[in-house]
Design a protein around this ligand. Structure first.
Ligand SMILES: [Zn+2]
Ligand SMILES: [Zn+2]
Ligand SMILES: [Zn+2]
Length: 131
């Protein structure tokens, strides 16, 4: 049996956590279950390759640590729960009119944009009865 390639290991971990964002450390820990000898540097390399192909999206965290998740193809945005890290993909995008306005004002040519909305998912809002 051929050993699991690092990239496959990383993808399979991400596939198992579609509605979650994972840090490189989380990924490394989980990937070691399928590929025991995988190193953290290898995980980072696999992530960088996947990111450049657009298969993986990097969501930067408050506090600086990047989180990764497998993304659907096509333009979309994310709702991220700051309580549990759940991620919801949003297909609709109303950013373009704003981007055009800002582009005009600042004489920028906008090539792409990212938008991540943070808050609390229903599960994390439950309990105390207040928003
Ligand atoms: Zn996404
Ligand atoms: Zn939550
Ligand atoms: Zn958009």
């Amino acid at each position: 049996m051929r050993p699991t390639r690092p990239r496959q290991a990383v993808v399979s971990v991400l596939e198992g956590a579609r509605d979650r964002q994972l840090s490189a450390q989380d990924l490394h820990r989980a990937a070691r279950r399928v590929a025991p000898r995988i190193g953290l540097a290898t995980v980072y390399r696999a992530l960088a390759a996947l990111e450049s192909e657009g298969a993986v999206e990097v969501i930067s965290q408050e506090g600086g640590e990047a989180a990764y998740r497998l993304c659907s193809p096509g333009h979309h945005h994310h709702l991220v729960c700051s309580g549990c890290g759940a991620v919801v993909e949003i297909d609709e995008c109303d950013v373009d009119p704003l981007a055009r306005r800002l582009a005009r004002r600042h004489r920028f040519r906008i090539e792409q944009h990212e938008l991540t909305l943070r808050g609390r998912c229903p599960a994390c809002r439950g309990g105390d009865g207040k928003g």
